[in-house]
Design a protein around this ligand. Structure first.
Ligand SMILES: O=C[C@H](O)[C@H](O)COP(=O)(O)O
Ligand SMILES: C=C(OP(=O)(O)O)C(=O)O
Length: 351
């Protein structure tokens, strides 16, 4: 299907038959249309500082990044956010809860790329609408009082959304990319790099070091011009263990190996364990067992693991895009439903 934006916009790039290009709003225009208020901006700064304190070990609460694998229905996302905000308040003395609000999805081959890219869920790829829907939703979620987390995937999209975020991830498929390391070096928030899909840590350790340094790179200004972007380097990057092709890497031995590798590389930040993906074998019902293991390890030693990530939605499981979709069910990876998520978070707080 042709992008609806294409039907109202002229092709801006006639230099090749291999592509077409259509005008989008600039980041500055979208920020003006959907602003982050001054009190919300202050809240987001406080949330970033709180997450930094947990990662460095200055705050001994457990960081819990939880939410759907991807957001596809703003109503369900807000429903989840309201429930999570209430729980985050109730458990706030033991857990620092951050909502996963992923609007872009990296695909192994091809598939739906997230609300930002295809907000109508019909391959119309209306990116202009996706930018608006995504930014509005991230602001509404942050207004619930929650710190918001996303994966920064398209470098050009980051500038449209970054002021709404308290934490970001670079995924297993992009950790090795120089472009993403450059992008992170200019983000003013904590950012986690996942280990590669092969399970190796090397690319993530390299990424943490590369992103901590200043870079000059090709990019786009907030007003949409081609730009030389000069970054400061990000001091708040860390490792996320998500398992790999050879299996999980949240067990005591794997965590000890990661801790040693971090020490050898001179990286001080504690790490996060992703209880999903290759650590759960993509079975959402195994996420609580992974989280339990993390808590058991933290009982012995809190110097290595700062937090966990969960893929959780209103209902357990996943579904395909199409007619008769069920409310609150993931359309990408299978998620843990709300009831077991709430139970797990209460256990984590007690643990
Ligand atoms: O987190 C979600 C998925 O694991 C990731 O986007 C890859 O998905 P795919 O293998 O279904 O394309
Ligand atoms: C895609 C994700 O994870 P990974 O990069 O670990 O596959 C994700 O967390 O949504």
């Amino acid at each position: 299907m042709t992008a609806s934006v294409a039907t109202v916009n002229q092709d801006l790039d006639t230099s090749s038959h291999a592509r077409r290009a259509f005008r989008l709003s600039t980041p500055a225009a979208l920020r003006k249309a959907l602003p982050v208020s001054a009190p919300l901006a202050a809240q987001i700064q406080e949330h970033r500082a709180a997450i930094r304190a947990v990662l460095s070990g200055n705050d001994d609460r457990l960081l819990v990044i939880t939410g759907p694998c991807s957001l596809h229905d703003p109503e369900a996302a807000l429903d989840y956010g309201r429930r999570l905000a209430a729980l985050a308040d109730a458990l706030g003395d033991r857990l620092l809860i951050v909502m996963r609000a992923y609007v872009e999805k990296p695909r192994t081959t091809v598939g739906w790329k997230g609300l930002l890219h295809d907000p109508h869920l019909d391959e119309s790829n209306d990116l202009e609408a996706g930018l608006r829907v995504s930014r509005r939703l991230l602001i509404q979620l942050a207004e619930l009082g929650l710190p918001i987390a996303t994966e920064v995937l398209s470098p050009a999209a980051a500038n449209y959304l970054e002021d709404t975020l308290s934490w970001a991830a670079i995924g297993a498929r992009t950790t090795e990319s120089q472009t993403h390391r450059e992008l992170v070096s200019g983000l003013d928030m904590p950012v986690g790099f996942k280990n590669g899909t092969d399970g190796e840590l090397g690319a993530a350790l390299d990424a943490i070091q590369a992103a901590s340094r200043p870079h000059s790179h090709f990019g786009m200004s907030a007003t949409g011009e081609a730009a030389l972007v000069v970054t400061n380097g990000n001091p708040d990057t860390h490792l996320i263990l998500r398992g790999g092709r050879a299996g999980p890497n949240y067990d005591t031995n794997s965590v000890a190996v990661a801790a040693k590798a971090l020490r050898t590389a001179g990286i001080a930040s504690r790490l996060i364990v992703d209880c999903s993906h290759a650590n759960s074998g993509k079975d959402p019902l195994r996420q609580p067992q992974v989280a339990d293991q993390v808590i058991a390890q933290r009982r012995v030693d809190t110097s290595t693991i700062a937090g966990v990530m969960l893929e959780s939605h209103l209902e357990t499981g996943k579904q395909s895009l199409g007619p008769n979709m069920r409310y609150g069910v993931s359309v990408t990876d299978a998620c843990l439903g709300w009831a077991p998520t709430e139970q797990l978070l209460r256990q984590l707080a007690a643990g």
